[in-house]
Unconditional design. Structure first.
Length: 149
């Protein structure tokens, strides 16, 4: 006997989006994303981020992740240097180290979680590697990745 476990189909397309679990949506997004807790724990990396840096999700832990980005960190008593650096790097060029040792040039977005007291920084990375090779280091940064004014 087959048991149907899906919820009933919603009446509208927007209703369909409302019922999708957030983790499924994050996994399906083509943009590389990570979530880092204030204590520095790498909470989440989506498949697009795994592909960007060449590391499998099982290999990506906080220790490995801290080796990937060359982020300028500032000391904070209540927040890890990695969490703080991700938030402060929004709109800036950041080099990630690929599993093969090559550099991946990226721009870090502002955190999707906007409040300063949010326990996570959820950021995306925009890969500029190909663009920088083609256009040089002064290539334009997409406006969506710049710090809001």
């Amino acid at each position: 006997m087959v048991v149907e476990r899906r919820r009933p189909a919603p009446d509208t397309a927007l209703g369909y989006l409302w019922q999708l679990p957030a983790m499924i949506l994050l996994d399906r997004l083509p943009s590389p994303m990570v979530a880092v807790h204030v204590d520095g724990t790498l909470v989440y990396a989506n498949p697009a981020f795994e592909q960007l840096v060449g590391w499998d999700r099982s290999e990506l832990d906080a220790e490995t992740f801290e080796k990937l980005p060359a982020l300028a960190t500032t000391e904070s008593a209540d927040r890890s240097p990695l969490y703080t650096a991700l938030r402060e790097s929004a709109g800036h060029l950041v080099d990630l180290v690929h599993s093969d040792g090559s550099l991946v040039r990226t721009i870090v977005s502002t955190s999707v979680l906007l409040r300063q007291d949010d326990p996570l920084a959820l950021v995306t990375f925009y890969d500029l590697t190909d663009q920088l090779w083609a256009n040089g280091p002064d290539a334009a940064i997409p406006p969506a990745f710049l710090e809001p004014k």
